[in-house]
Design a protein around this ligand. Structure first.
Ligand SMILES: [Ca+2]
Ligand SMILES: [Ca+2]
Ligand SMILES: [Ca+2]
Length: 116
């Protein structure tokens, strides 16, 4: 990733390196992200119904990150792209993909980790 080979990885090099990795091996990266999504769902989905509701989302982040309920409410609403009040695996998967591959600061996936 160190394009100018000065031994340092600056922000531009990191971004272009990430982009190259995604371009070269999108399948492989998405595969790895999919494993992460499964792990994330397992942890978050405490009642095991395959959907993350707002309570589960809040519980997970308040416990793990000490995030504020107000921020999490906003984050949840952004992630719930079809507005049905729950996060399904596909919504989480898409959010994770966007978080790692999108350059759009407004992409819902940027809210995956709350307002961090
Ligand atoms: Ca460099
Ligand atoms: Ca659930
Ligand atoms: Ca939804």
């Amino acid at each position: 990733m160190d394009a100018d080979q000065d031994g340092l990885l600056d922000r531009a090099e990191f971004i272009s390196g990430m982009k190259k990795a995604v371009a070269n091996d999108r399948e492989g990266i998405l595969q790895r992200l999919s494993v992460m999504v499964d792990a994330w769902m397992d942890i978050c989905d405490t009642d095991g119904n395959g959907l993350i509701d707002e309570d589960e989302f809040q519980t997970m982040y308040i416990k793990s990150l000490g995030a504020s309920p107000e921020d999490l409410k906003v984050a949840f609403a952004k992630l719930d792209t079809d507005g049905d009040g729950t996060l399904g695996r596909e919504e989480i998967r898409r959010a994770t993909e966007e978080y790692y591959t999108s350059e759009d600061p407004k992409a819902p996936g940027n809210w995956l980790f709350g307002a961090l």
